[in-house]
Design a protein around this ligand. Structure first.
Ligand code: 13P
Ligand code: SF4
Length: 308
């Protein structure tokens, strides 16, 4: 009798599920993770949703499938838990555009001006900030401040988007996301001509030219919720391509068209199923934030969570 060979990906997923139980671990994954990584996670979400999950989990170990600033945020909110990142090289080039030393220098030039740090910053930069924000709550955070002027960093595109939703003066930092920069207005116009009637939904990290063509500008978690509700059968999506898996799984009766397949975040894709299994087997790689940075960085994140 011939034997059906087991699917090695299924075996790997089963091994991860077993290890997770043995370690009393929870797997949190960002919406941009590879589909097979999303599928083994206990929770998949955007930066804000993942922060809330990390703060509320009962598990002893958090395996964070995302980039380093997200894993650091999880550690700041759950300091007593072990937070593992399956690949510690998963950085974010936008974070690197705002080094702590440069932020301190700018802060000294702007006395009395509060700093709003997008969560896409290192813990050292969060420690210099008054409050954090994510793409889901940036305007609400800015409008919660008593001051009329603020420094917003590092994403100039999100900063410009916020400026459209506040009377305050938003001083920008010249950072951007190289992945979202690849989304071009002409690609959206072409897709719109091919799919008349399909609404365009984009992330606020896109350029102002792209945002001008959008029907909705939303965080990835907001896109998932919006997609469930929309009566449209086809949707044009301008963000990192990993979200298409999430959207398609969540709303299987609709068709999601990425503006371009070039919008892959290579750092998000460093996390693979194998590395998730290795992380749980070897308890690698623990995320640590030095205590002098952790205190003020945690306060900036907690202030954000108090607003929205
Ligand atoms: P979200 O918080 O909307 O998921 O965005 C995170 C991110 O890194 C976007 O590039
Ligand atoms: Fe950073 Fe852009 Fe990747 Fe998000 S998609 S983690 S902002 S490089």
């Amino acid at each position: 009798m011939s034997q059906v060979a087991a699917d090695p990906r299924v075996e790997l997923a089963e091994r991860i599920a077993r290890l997770k139980r043995e370690r009393n671990a929870v797997i949190l994954a960002h919406n941009y993770q590879l589909g097979e990584v999303q599928d083994v996670a206990d929770f998949v979400g955007d930066s804000l949703e993942l922060s809330r999950k990390a703060a509320a989990t009962e598990a002893e170990v958090i395996v964070f499938c995302g980039v380093m600033f997200m894993a650091e945020t999880a550690k700041l909110l759950s300091p007593e838990r072990t937070v593992l990142i399956p690949d510690p090289r998963a950085g974010c080039p936008m974070c690197d555009m705002a080094p702590a030393e440069a932020v301190r220098k700018r802060k000294a030039e702007l006395p009395g001006v509060p700093i709003v740090a997008y969560v896409n910053t290192t813990a050292a930069v969060k420690a210099e900030a008054d409050i954090c924000c994510t793409s889901a709550n940036a305007a609400a955070v800015v409008n919660s401040l008593p001051e009329q002027r603020l420094l917003f960093l590092p994403d100039r595109n999100l900063g410009l988007w916020v400026q459209r939703h506040t009377d305050k003066e938003v001083i920008l930092w010249d950072g951007y996301c190289p992945t979202h920069q690849r989304i071009r207005a002409q690609d959206i116009s072409r897709l719109k001509a091919q799919h008349p009637g399909a609404p365009v939904v984009v992330h606020p990290e896109c350029t102002p030219e792209v945002i001008a063509l959008a029907d909705e500008v939303l965080s990835t978690g907001q896109m998932v919720r919006w997609a469930r509700e929309t009566p449209a059968r086809e949707v044009i999506v301008g963000t990192e391509v990993g979200l298409i898996h999430r959207l398609q799984k969540d709303s299987p009766d609709k068709r999601f068209l990425p503006v371009t397949l070039l919008t892959t975040c290579p750092n998000m894709k460093r996390i693979t199923l194998e590395k998730v299994a290795w992380a749980l087997e070897d308890m690698e790689h623990p995320v640590e934030v030095p205590e002098d940075i952790a205190g003020p960085a945690r306060r900036a994140i907690e202030r954000m969570l108090e607003v929205v």
